[in-house]
Design a protein around this ligand. Structure first.
Ligand code: FAD
Length: 280
């Protein structure tokens, strides 16, 4: 059970029955964390709808509180309402409301253009049922027309009815601290919880980071590249870097830590143990 700080854990729907079995074992190993909630991602355009629902059900068998992600781009109001009613019927009480990214080639049609549209929709129809988390980008969303506008739109999204925000992962704490200060200066009052990405695989991390605009500092990139296929060294170095990052964040009094588990238990558990946040 984690001491003092609130921890949440993110999972994605597995693609095969074998991976689903493995995820259940992962979730059981992570139950020792006693997370405030766990969240389950949702492919844009409903591409993982059934898989996400299955994973939400699976997680409900292990954890008290599960927060499904919903991405709204390309969806109709009727599709969103159907999903929200389904989750309300499952006694889900928290959602992560997102725009999502449609694969290139798809138009940007549909009744929702941005996450703020979904936040408003949920508040209008299910205000009593769901707490709403939204996404935040301390290093600026890759499609933002400017840093200033991105921050302003984030503040508007929160004020439309979000109860909290989770950030994209980052390795530079200054970007996070500045983002939080600037958001609060614009009147945002909800917790902005840092998203934490354990480092276990350099090529995968580099690919994700390029896509989502998270910057890997040169010294981390060079060190990881230098380890080549030496998984043990990558894991040990990654654990040290992320423990240090979390330590700085906790010292500054962050409201919680949200771990992108990548459906694995050990990386998150070892960081929490290093931070002395786990009893065992
Ligand atoms: P928005 O808040 O709508 O912002 C998107 C862009 O629009 C930004 O560049 C913003 O500056 C701009 N913008 C906002 N308002 C305006 C305006 N009025 N005029 C002009 N521009 C505007 N994706 C998934 O598909 N499934 C998931 O499960 C998922 N989970 C995630 C969880 C977290 C914690 C995070 C940080 C991201 C997640 N994503 C997920 C990725 C997310 O969907 C993408 O980053 C997407 O590109 C943006 O989603 P958003 O909700 O932040 O969008």
């Amino acid at each position: 059970m984690t001491k003092k700080v609130s921890v949440s854990l993110e999972f994605f729907p597995p693609k095969t029955p074998e991976a689903a079995d493995k995820l259940l074992a992962t979730a059981r190993s992570l139950a020792v964390v006693g997370p405030e909630y766990v969240s389950v991602t949702y492919g844009a355009g409903g591409s993982t709808r059934e898989g996400s629902l299955d994973t939400v059900r699976q997680m409900l068998s292990v954890f008290d509180s599960v927060a499904p992600h919903i991405s709204c781009i390309g969806a109709t109001a009727a599709q969103m309402e159907e999903l929200l009613s389904l989750y309300a019927g499952m006694n889900i009480s928290r959602l992560v409301a997102l725009r999502g990214d449609l694969p290139s080639g798809y138009g940007q049609g549909g009744e929702f253009q941005r996450a703020i549209d979904l936040v408003r929709f949920i508040r209008e129809r299910h205000a009593e049922q769901f707490l709403i988390e939204v996404a935040a980008y301390p290093e600026i969303h890759p499609q933002a027309r400017s840093a200033r506008d991105d921050l302003q739109f984030f503040a508007e999204k929160v004020k439309a009815g979000a109860h909290g925000a989770i950030t994209q992962y980052f390795f530079n704490t200054d970007a996070y601290f500045r983002f939080v200060d600037d958001a609060y200066a614009l009147g945002v009052e909800v917790p902005i919880v840092p998203g934490i990405m354990p480092i276990t695989n350099f090529s995968q991390l580099a690919r994700f980071s390029d896509a989502c605009g998270a910057e890997i500092p040169r010294w981390i990139r060079q060190r990881l590249a230098g380890y080549g296929d030496d998984v043990a060294s990558i894991t040990a170095f990654g654990r040290e870097v992320i423990t240090d990052l979390c330590d700085q964040l906790l010292t500054a009094g962050v409201p919680g830590l949200h771990f992108y588990t990548m459906n694995r238990a050990d990386p998150t558990l070892s960081i929490l143990r290093n931070l002395k946040l786990l009893d065992s």
